[in-house]
Every structure is written in structure tokens, then in C-alpha cells.
Ligand binder design. Structure first.
Ligand code: NAD
Length: 503
């Protein structure tokens, strides 16, 4: 493994969001919560001290959002006109892409190449959603009497959007763009560890020309600000991405209040190498699938199933390549893995490695922190491969959200499907083979919202995304992205005479 020297110095970047303010109902205000600190996981330095929202700010945001969403000019704005605001947002994101990517790398430690891709994806989301909005049609179901019926879609009102820390601007855009396109106001609560990009997005939305009251960005803790958004009677729909336990609690509250939800939750995804796979292609794909983003990805391919016939050869190659991955400063050219989000999170990932070893597993690569003293102040961890771990070990059953891969051997497809599905999660799956019919059969048998064959972690805003089982119960993206943020209404228009009954 090559550890890169942390030569880059994080630049002092200008920010659009005014310092010390949050965005409540389109106005920059001080925020009634306890101040948040954005810490650079690469070296523990403070990137910024930020204002945080409190419960009182949720009240203001929802009140102004409700008024703005009900405003006649916004409600009756034609789709192609509203789409211009979305296009303008995409242009503004693109015009500041490098600054936003750098900020995000400082805020959450992802390598610059990845944060550049996330910023581009956010802009692409706004453009795609604009196109969907302009092409959306309502229906006129067949008439069964002397009337015409129209099935139309209307905004919900105020949408609560709650996002995690691992891909801030991309996951924020995935909720905010369709929620606004659908005609709603949106109250966005980013994760407390990574609030900066959401505030920047808020400033960009105002500059793009969205009516001010529609947009709120309320950084703060989930237990207070998040909970207040979930419980507020003025919030009609909750769009949540985060951990399964949090999602379950949120869904229980939403059910009691009869709110609709979309839930994108955790994962423990299998990635499968069949005996006929091109092993070079498969090694590259498996490495990318688990170790990009330092494994802090809901779709990380964290359980590796390799056919017995190629297991030893594949594991040897994989272990050797894992040791050569470059752990380094997120801004250094060529870094493949940056630091984990916090030292505390690294400790939790290390605990899983210990669990795997204590359960009888063997360390095939990594297992500890990098030796390079220049990386000592950051929360770095070497990519790790274990095998020989029993099926009931925590390291194999729980989502780790870090650079830890556990390899397992299989002999036939029935055994493989049973083992791959032996998890509460159902988010993603990878299959490496040249045998397409076999891959197809497996793809249909594995319980996962997304299956990749001979590729991994490729995501398109045009393709629906979501989980099964404890990974969630909804779909984002795709042609129904905007509809998920609307309510359907049926309108009957009488075409006959008086209703005979009353004669
Ligand atoms: P988390 O569940 O701890 O937090 C997610 C968000 O919910 C944060 O903004 C947090 O402040 C907020 N929150 C926490 N408690 C809350 C409460 N009681 N009420 C309302 N909001 C509350 O998750 P995390 O650690 O930020 O993110 C990692 C998790 O997210 C992983 O499990 C990962 O798999 C999942 N994730 C899923 C997807 C997906 O698309 N399926 C994508 C990215 C991340």
C-alpha cells in the first residue's frame, strides 16, 4: 500500500451562505440551536463554526413554507416555467462546481474526484427533474357514465427532507429538486456532521429565483430538529435517507400522524464472483464497490461471495491489490481512500474488525491504521479484507459503513442465493460473470433494489433507486421522481342532465 503525503493545504474557500446563519423560510437568520462545528476528518482541523437550527426555527420554516407553497403564483406556475428555475439551479451548481467539491471534501473527507462527481450529479439531478416535470402528463380514465374524469396531481404542501452525511449535495438534490418541481416548499435538514453543502445549496436556490419562503435549510441534531420536522403537523411528507433504525423510528411517528414517507435506508450488499468471471475485471469492480468512499456508502458491496473453483486465486489477487490502494489526503492527487468521517466512526469500524477476528476470521489485507505519520491526525483506516468468518458474526450481519470486506466461499447457486439473501437488508447486489443467463437468474433471485452485472455502483438519476426489506420501502429517481412528492386527485365533470334519483 502507498500512503500519500498530505501535501495539500485545504484552501480557505468563500461561501455563498452568510456566516453564522441558517435559512428559515427563505430568510437567513441566526438559528436558535447550539453552534455546530464542521471538522476536517483529514487532520481534525476546524473548517467552520456554523449556526444551527432549533425547534423554534422548524416552526418558522414550516409556517413560511406553508404560506409560500399556497401562494397562487407558485401553485399556478406552469411546468415549463418552473423547470427554468431548476435549470438555473443546475447552471449555478455547475458554475461553482470546483468550490463546492473542495468544500465537501473538507467537510466529509471524501477524495476530491468523488466530491466532483457528487456535485456534477447534483446538477444533473436538477436538469433531469426539470425534463421530467415538463413531460409529465395527467390522465383521463375511461368514462363509465355521463361524466368525464380527470386524474390530476397536486403538491403536498411542505416536504421534510432529512439527509445523511455521506454524500451531502447529491442526496440533498435528490430530494429538494423533485420536491420543488412538484410544487412544494421544502425544509431540508442535513446531517449535523456535514451541514455546509446544504446551506450552499439553499443560497443557490434563492439565487436561482425560487420564491424565498419555499426553501429552508436547518442544520442541527436529528433528535431535536429532525424530530421536530417529523412531528410537525404542517409537514405533509417526509423524505428520509439514513440508517435503518432512524428510519424505523421516523416511520412509526409518520404512521401515527398519517404522513407519507419515502425511506432510503442501510445495506449489507452481496457481490458475487462466478467461476467463469474475468477475474481482473471482477477484482477491480469488487475493490471499487467496497472501498470507494472509504466504504461509507449505503450500496457498498460488503459481503463478497466467490465460487469455490476460483476462491483461492481470487482472494490472493484481491488481497494483493487491496494492500496497494492509496490511502491519503482527500485533496492529494491519486488518493483512493480518504479518512473516515470522524475518529469515533473509525473506532466503531475497528471494533467490527476485532469482532471478525475474535469470531475466528483471518485477516487477508489491511486491518489497521496507516503507518505514515503525516496521516496520524486524520481518521484514516486501511482497507481491510477478512475471510473465514462464521455466518452469525456481527461483522457479517450488521452494516459497518467503512472499508471492511468479508469474503465467503460458495459451491452452487442455491446455496449462494440462500446465503446472499440471509440478511435483513436488500439494497444492492453485484454479479461478475460471462454467463448472462446465469447472471439473469441470480439477479431475479436476489432480494435487492438494484443489481449490477459486470459493473458496480453505477447510478443514474434516470433509473429508479431504492431498497427492499430493511433497506427501505420507496423509490427515488426515474420518471416517477416528481410524482412521489404529489397527491393525486380525481375530478368528475358531469356531461349529462340532472341526476335522475332526485326527480
Ligand atoms: P442517521 O440515520 O444517523 O441520520 C440520518 C439523518 O437523520 C441525519 O440528518 C440525522 O440528523 C437525522 N436524524 C437522526 N435521528 C433523527 C430523528 N429521531 N428524527 C429525525 N431525523 C433524525 O444516518 P447517518 O449516519 O447520517 O447515515 C448513514 C446511514 O445512511 C447508513 O445506514 C447508510 O446506509 C444510510 N444511507 C442510505 C442511502 C440510501 O439511499 N439507501 C444513502 C446514503 C446513506
Amino acid at each position: 500500500m502507498t500512503d500519500l503525503a498530505p501535501t495539500p493545504v485545504a484552501p480557505d474557500l468563500p461561501r455563498l451562505a452568510p456566516a453564522g446563519k441558517i435559512l428559515a423560510g427563505g430568510r437567513w437568520v441566526e438559528g436558535s440551536g447550539t453552534v455546530l462545528t464542521s471538522t476536517n476528518p483529514a487532520d481534525g482541523s476546524v473548517v467552520a463554526t456554523l449556526a444551527a437550527a432549533g425547534v423554534a426555527d422548524v416552526e418558522t420554516a414550516v409556517r413560511r413554507g406553508t404560506e409560500a407553497a399556497a401562494d397562487r403564483a407558485w401553485r399556478s406556475m406552469l411546468p415549463h416555467v418552473r423547470a427554468r428555475l431548476l435549470h438555473r439551479t443546475a447552471e449555478l451548481i455547475e458554475s461553482q462546481a470546483e468550490r463546492l467539491a473542495l468544500l465537501q471534501s473538507q467537510d466529509n473527507g471524501k477524495p476530491l474526484a468523488e466530491t466532483r462527481a457528487l456535485v456534477a450529479s447534483a446538477a444533473g439531478t436538477f436538469r433531469y427533474v426539470a425534463a421530467v416535470l415538463e413531460s409529465q402528463e395527467d390522465a383521463m380514465p375511461p368514462s363509465r357514465g355521463e361524466y368525464l374524469t380527470f386524474s390530476v396531481h397536486e403538491p403536498i404542501g411542505v416536504v421534510g427532507a432529512i439527509t445523511p452525511w455521506n454524500s451531502p449535495i447529491a442526496s440533498d438534490a435528490q430530494k429538494v429538486a423533485p420536491a420543488l418541481a412538484a410544487g412544494n416548499a421544502v425544509v431540508l435538514k442535513p446531517a449535523a456532521w456535514t451541514p455546509m453543502l446544504a446551506l450552499e445549496l439553499g443560497a443557490i436556490l434563492l439565487e436561482a429565483g425560487f420564491p424565498a419562503g419555499l426553501v429552508s435549510v436547518l442544520p442541527g441534531p436529528g433528535s431535536t430538529v429532525g424530530q421536530a420536522i417529523v412531528e410537525h403537523p404542517g409537514v405533509g411528507h417526509l423524505s428520509f435517507t439514513g440508517g435503518t433504525d432512524t428510519g424505523r423510528t421516523l416511520a412509526a411517528t409518520a404512521a401515527r400522524l398519517l404522513k407519507t414517507t419515502s425511506l432510503e435506508l442501510g445495506g449489507k450488499s452481496p457481490t458475487i464472483v462466478l467461476p467463469d468471471a474475468d477475474l481482473d475485471v471482477a477484482v477491480n469492480g469488487v475493490l471499487f464497490g467496497i472501498f470507494s468512499s472509504q466504504g461509507q456508502s449505503c450500496i457498498a458491496g460488503s459481503r463478497l461471495f466467490v465460487h469455490d473453483a476460483v476462491y483461492d486465486e481470487f482472494l490472493a489477487r484481491l488481497a494483493e491489490r487491496t494492500e496497494r490502494l492509496r490511502v491519503g489526503h482527500p485533496l492529494a492527487e491519486g488518493t483512493q481512500l480518504g479518512p473516515l468521517i470522524t475518529a469515533g466512526h473509525r473506532a466503531s469500524v475497528e471494533d467490527y474488525i476485532v469482532n471478525g477476528l475474535e469470531a475466528g476470521g483471518t485477516l487477508r489485507a489491511g486491518g489497521g491504521r496507516p503507518d505514515d505519520p503525516a496521516l496520524a491526525a486524520g481518521s484514516y483506516l486501511r482497507p481491510t479484507v477478512l475471510d473465514g468468518v462464521p455466518a452469525n458474526a456481527r461483522v457479517l450481519r450488521e452494516e459497518i459503513f467503512g472499508p471492511v470486506l468479508v469474503a465467503l466461499r460458495f459451491r452452487d447457486d442455491d446455496e449462494l442465493v440462500a446465503a446472499a439473501n440471509d440478511t435483513v437488508y436488500g439494497l444492492a447486489c453485484g454479479i461478475w460473470t460471462r454467463d448472462f443467463p446465469r447472471a439473469w437468474r441470480l439477479a431475479r433471485a436476489i432480494e435487492a433494489g438494484t443489481v449490477w452485472i459486470n459493473t458496480y455502483k453505477q447510478l443514474s438519476i434516470a433509473t429508479p433507486f431504492g431498497g427492499m426489506k430493511d433497506s427501505g420501502a420507496s423509490r427515488e429517481k426515474g420518471l416517477r421522481a416528481v410524482r412521489a412528492y404529489q397527491r393525486q386527485k380525481s375530478i368528475y365533470l358531469g356531461t349529462g342532465g340532472p341526476i335522475a334519483w332526485a326527480d
